[in-house]
Every structure is written in C-alpha cells, then in structure tokens.
Write a protein that binds this ligand. Structure first.
Ligand code: 16G
Length: 241
C-alpha cells in the first residue's frame, strides 16, 4: 500500500513503486501496465493521482502510450557518460551487469585506406581486426569492430578479446592508454547487423567511432561501434564558460 500520511506525495510514491517493478524486471519491456482504473482500485487512490504518476513516467521515458491500446513499459536504457575513457567491461561491471563477448572475427590484415591515416601506419602494415558483439546480462548491446596495430599490441590472442582488451593493454602489456576522440551519429541498423544485435532492420542505432591514443600520443585503436538505440542514452556534463 502507499502511505497517504507520508509527506511524500502519493503520485510520487506510485511512480517509485512502478519504477522499482521495472528495475526488478517484474514489469518488462513491452508489458502493458494495468489501466488507471485498476491501479486506482489496487492502491485506493484517485485516478487523478494515478494519471499524474503515469504522465511523469511517460515524460521520463519509463513508459510509453499507444493510442487506443494502453500504456507500456519502455526499454531500460543504460545511461552512459560521454566523458571518461572507459572500456565496455568497466562500464557494465560498474552497473552490476555481466559483460560478455561473442567473437565474430579475429584476423590480422594489411592496413589500408582510412586505417593507415588514423593509426598512422604504412600501407600494408599488419593490423588486428576484431569484431565482437558485446553483451550485458545476456542482451546484445553493441557490435564493435576494432583495429589495432600489431606492432604495438603484441601477443594478442582470441582468449584476450573475449575478456577486456583495455585490461590486456594496460595490465599485461603495461601500456598507458591516454586519451581518445569520439564521434556519435544516429543511423539505422543494416541487414548485416540485425542478427547480432537481435533487432529489426531499420531500427535506430548509434554509430560511434573512437580513436584512442597511448599516453605517449601513439595511435592505439580505431573502433567502430554500433550501439542499440533502444538500450543506450548518453549524457554529458556541460559547463557554461
Ligand atoms: C568500449 C570502447 C572501445 C574499446 C572497448 C574496450 C566505446 C564507444 N568504445 O566499447 O573503443 O575498445 O570499450 O572494451 O565506448 P574491453 O576492454 O571490454 O574489451
């Protein structure tokens, strides 16, 4: 029951209750939530109060409405800060999610085109090409293609890239990762990506390209990642100059 004598407004208590059910996955993505009438009877509160709670949850992206059908649970998006050069493994572990990797490609190829410029290599120099599906708690989050100069990242094996690449680079190779530049674009999933990400062709995805450098300014990696648009949102702290 909700506490009507509490100084915390009842609509807010209901909001928190529903959010809790979503976080605990008692209410899952796509589930229809009970109607205003049912919720008002269940919690013995006015329909106005229920409506206020639901409006707020719709506004905040936890729920969405379909006209004539009902109100549904939206997907639980991961909110990822844009500042801070972190790895996928670190990002998921810090949220209590279990990171996993499905390895699609692990090859050494001669550098060509954009790779030559971005990684400052000579034409034909060997690069590791690693294509991985990154999962969190068994759900595919992103499809990542990484290019690394072989001369810098020695001894890399398939076993290493099932785990954390950054950990291998820093802990095992003793290299210091310094900074990166990253672009982020909206696009839609291509046919070749849909199966790995378990989404429909044409679903919104975020395309991220990261160029990372060692602390000594050497180009370290070029990574092209396709993130599921329904699982991610990015945040950034802005400071007025
Ligand atoms: C993140 C990075 C990627 C990096 C990877 C290392 C973005 C957009 N990309 O996915 O550049 O290679 O982490 O992760 O954040 P790992 O250490 O878990 O292999």
């Amino acid at each position: 029951m909700l506490d009507k004598n509490s100084p915390i407004p009842v609509y807010y208590q209901l909001e928190e209750r529903l959010k809790d059910s979503i976080e605990k996955r008692e209410l899952k993505e796509g589930d229809m939530i009970p109607s205003e009438r049912v919720l008002s009877e269940q919690y013995r509160i006015s329909r106005m109060t229920v409506r206020q709670a639901i409006n707020n949850l719709v506004r905040d992206g936890y729920l969405y409405r379909i006209k004539g059908k009902g109100t549904f649970v939206a997907s639980n998006k991961i909110e990822q800060p844009l500042q801070g050069l972190t790895s996928f493994t670190e990002d998921m572990l810090s949220r209590g999610l279990k990171p996993e990797t499905r390895l699609l490609q692990f090859t050494v190829e001669p550098a060509q085109g954009k790779i030559i410029q971005r990684l400052k290599l000579a034409e034909g120099e060997p690069v590791n090409v690693i294509k991985r599906v990154r999962l969190a708690d068994n759900l595919p989050m992103a499809l990542e293609t990484t290019f690394l100069p072989v001369k810098l990242i020695s001894g890399l094996t398939e076993a290493h890239v099932y785990g954390s690449l950054y950990e291998y680079i820093e802990t095992q190779l003793g290299l210091k990762i310094g900074h990166a530049t990253q672009t982020l674009e909206a696009t839609v999933a291509r046919a070749s990506e849909t199966e790995h990400l378990q989404i429909q062709k044409g679903s919104p995805v975020l395309l991220i390209e990261r160029s990372s450098y060692l602390a000594n300014q050497h180009p370290l990696e070029l990574v092209k990642s396709v993130y599921r648009g329904d699982r991610y949102k990015f945040n950034v702290h802005l400071q007025r100059p």
